[in-house]
Ligand binder design. Structure first.
Ligand SMILES: [Zn+2]
Length: 375
């Protein structure tokens, strides 16, 4: 990795940390302000409760005064009643006294109501006072914590800023300018490349660009988002390639005097090996069942070479390696030995594998008949 890239990554980390610290420092007074607002709410509640208690007290005094006045009136009416001359006058005074007494009873009820309420009022005031006290203690604690946290953050911020300045000084100035321009615009100025993509904008890179980033000989920017690209080998996705090593198959000679074929559907016998041999202007054919090696039918002899004598056995069959002498074939009698069957089986597998890889390679084109299949 280029030293400039390494420093840019460190710079990015420093920028991120500086931003986080600045945000945290800005956030702390907001938290204190939120608690103070709750505190103000509790204060309002307390004020209300105290005002209500005061109003009740004033009302009670007013009622008591009213009662005193009414009692004064009653005693005055009683004095007057001793001096009245007529029955009507007497009745009128008595009526006044009754009226004042009723009023005293009603006012006494009101005082009683206030006294009953006074207990509830007192409880309200006391709980608001306790709440205020607790909240005040809490806010003091919070404020102290915020103060400490801010002091720590400020110290770290100073350290990170010094680190950032040092890093900035060590980076090529043009590259730094580019980094900061993209950072301002997009929030980040550098992006990792993985899986042939710019991880920030997810755009696929051209193979040449990808290789330039990967080899890390000079700095490369993303065509799409303009971020400076870097490659981290530790994050490289290595796809495990399972390669089955097979020895290259030896191909049978087209003009060999003996040829072995594998046929899938031979009459009722199913899978068979067919052995065709040219000898002195004649062709002979032997057919063996592939698992038991048992010979099916008799040796068939026709005029000419086997390609012309037994075309039906060659078409659609798989050509295999195998070369045993006429004497050996005769010596097997009606049963091919196990070692021969194993050799043919191994070659059949190799031939099939070869065909499957060839098919995979030519899949895009028209299927090409294999040499083995065509014979
Ligand atoms: Zn990009």
């Amino acid at each position: 990795m280029l030293p400039d890239i390494e420093n840019l990554l460190k710079l990015q980390e420093a920028d991120k940390e500086i931003r986080r610290l600045q945000e945290e420092i800005a956030e702390l007074p907001k938290r204190v302000a939120a608690i103070e607002q709750t505190l103000a709410g509790t204060k309002v509640q307390l004020d209300k409760a105290q005002a209500a208690a005061k109003a009740d007290e004033a009302a009670r005094r007013k009622y008591e005064t009213a009662i005193t006045d009414l009692r004064g009136k009653i005693s005055k009416y009683r004095d007057q009643s001793l001096e009245v001359k007529t029955n009507d006058q007497y009745k009128a005074l008595l009526h006044e006294i009754q009226f004042a007494e009723q009023e005293i009873a009603a006012t006494e009820d009101k005082i009683l109501e206030i006294m009953v309420n006074a207990d509830a009022r007192e409880k309200e005031v006391k709980s608001a006072q306790a709440e205020l006290k607790a909240e005040t203690a809490e806010i003091e604690k919070e404020k102290e914590q915020a103060r400490q946290r801010t002091a720590e953050d400020e110290k770290l911020l100073g350290e990170w800023k010094a680190k950032r300045d040092q890093l900035r000084a060590s980076i090529d100035s043009d590259l730094l300018r580019h980094y900061e321009r993209v950072l301002k615009l997009r929030g980040t100025g550098i992006s990792e490349v993985a899986d042939h993509k710019c991880m920030a904008c997810q755009v696929m890179l051209r193979p040449q660009t990808y290789n330039e980033v990967r080899t890390g000989q000079h700095t490369v920017v993303c065509d799409s988002c303009q971020r400076i690209l870097y490659f981290n080998p530790a994050n490289e996705v290595v796809e495990p390639k399972i390669v089955v090593k097979r020895p290259r198959r030896h191909h049978p000679k087209i003009d060999a005097s003996q040829a072995w074929y594998f046929r899938e559907n031979y009459d009722d016998a199913g899978e068979v090996y067919v052995c065709l041999t040219n000898s002195q202007g004649q062709a002979s054919r032997r057919v063996y069942e592939i698992h038991t090696g048992r010979m099916i039918g008799d040796i068939l002899i026709r005029e000419g070479d086997y390609r012309h004598a037994f075309p039906e056995d060659i078409t659609g069959a798989i050509r295999l390696n195998g070369d045993w002498s006429e004497e050996e074939l005769d010596a097997w009698g009606t049963e091919a030995p196990m070692v021969v069957l194993d050799a043919l089986q191994a070659d059949l597998e190799a031939a099939r594998y070869e065909m499957s890889t060839r098919t995979a390679k030519t899949q895009a084109h028209a299927p090409v008949p294999s040499e083995q299949a065509a014979g």
